[in-house]
Write a protein that binds this ligand. Structure first.
Ligand code: NDP
Ligand code: GUE
Length: 282
């Protein structure tokens, strides 16, 4: 059986086109357009790349984007002050603080300072709590993008064994809950999991967000599985995911490539979340 590609690049561009049409109508009606504020602290090269992509994506769909690039030496108080100011700014509908922050800053406290109505990442405990409770909330972009991609390609979730490798608050845990809501039987694995491959081999749907290049190999995957690779690893040979694509595609029925899989969906969902918050709260 031929393995098919979950084409995040294509699906994301369709989402962006739809958003661009809606923003055009908003602008033509003379209203304030949706605005996204991105806060970057320090000079982490990977973060700078991501922030650049986000700005470009905003411009393309017609959003206002406000970039705050603060020096590495920014204090917690200065960062909290900026967040407080953005919370009050009527032109800002979404606030994204790029993670990771430099080590001297308290990430949890910064995220909690963002008004939940402007928490475009869905990382605020109020949004994460609502997600777990199955209430309407802002869903984190990467997990939302994964679900959108599965839905687009008609991948059935109900009753399937879904295995998530990774338990971060931004990817692993929320995607596990979204799969659970769609009635999958969900297993979450992490660095203390024993006999990982015995578990991954049972997965009908395998989502991998471990941050380890080529971590999931062919023999860890069940024949016909749907494999979603969230990993972004920059090696000298280029950008690779957490899944050994060339090996695993010989067994899987569907697979996301890296690049061109989950990454572009994350950006598209960031735009979608910004527009949703604009419509709900402005
Ligand atoms: N494509 C996209 O849009 C995005 C991609 N990413 C990428 O996804 C990856 C994961 O990101 P994130 O969730 O933030 O990462 P974290 O580093 O926060 O979490 C990694 C998770 O993987 C688990 N893990 C690490 N090593 C192993 C192992 N040997 N066996 C089993 N589990 C293991 C960790 O377990 P433990 O909890 O026990 O430490 C942890 O739960 C990264 O490569 C990141 O760059 C992230 C966000 C968006
Ligand atoms: N507050 C916050 N929100 C985030 O959403 C957030 C964050 N912090 N910190 C870092 C991670 C990582 N992340 C990615 C977004 C897009 C791609 C992406 O577009 N990837 C392209 C490749 C891009 C390239 O070539 O580098 C692809 O996979 O095709 C990847 C990773 C968002 N994150």
């Amino acid at each position: 059986m031929e393995c098919k590609i979950l084409d995040g690049k294509k699906v994301a561009s369709e989402v962006r086109e739809r958003i661009a049409v809606m923003v055009k109508e908003i602008r033509e009606s003379g209203k304030v357009p949706p605005g996204l504020a991105v806060v970057l602290v320090g000079d982490n090269p990977a973060s700078k790349v991501y922030v650049g992509q986000k700005e470009k994506a905003c411009k393309e769909v017609g959003f206002e984007s406000f970039l705050y690039h603060l020096p590495e030496a920014t204090t917690q108080e200065e960062l909290l002050n900026l967040v407080g100011q953005l919370n009050e700014d009527p032109n800002v509908h979404g606030i994204l603080v790029q993670l990771p922050l430099p080590k001297h800053l308290n990430e949890t406290e910064v995220i909690e300072a963002i008004r939940p109505e402007k928490d475009v990442d869905g990382f605020h405990p109020m949004n994460l709590g609502k997600l777990v409770a199955g209430l309407p909330c802002t869903v984190p972009c990467t997990p939302k993008g994964i679900m959108h991609l599965l839905e687009y390609y008609g991948i059935e979730i109900e009753g399937k064994n879904a295995v998530v490798v990774g338990r971060s608050n931004i990817v692993g845990k929320p995607v596990a809950h979204l799969l659970l809501q769609k009635n999958a039987t969900v297993t979450i694995c992490h660095s203390r999991t024993r006999n990982l491959e015995d578990i991954t081999k049972e997965a009908d749907i395998l989502v991998v967000a471990a941050g380890r290049p080529h971590f999931i190999t062919q023999h860890m995957v069940k024949k016909g599985a749907v494999v979603v690779d969230v990993g972004i690893n920059r090696l000298e040979s280029g950008l690779v995911g957490d899944v050994d694509f060339d090996g695993v595609r010989l067994r899987a029925s569907w697979i996301t490539p890296v690049p061109g899989g989950v990454g572009p969906m994350t950006i598209a969902m960031l735009l979608e979340n910004t527009l949703e918050m604009y419509e709900r709260f402005s």
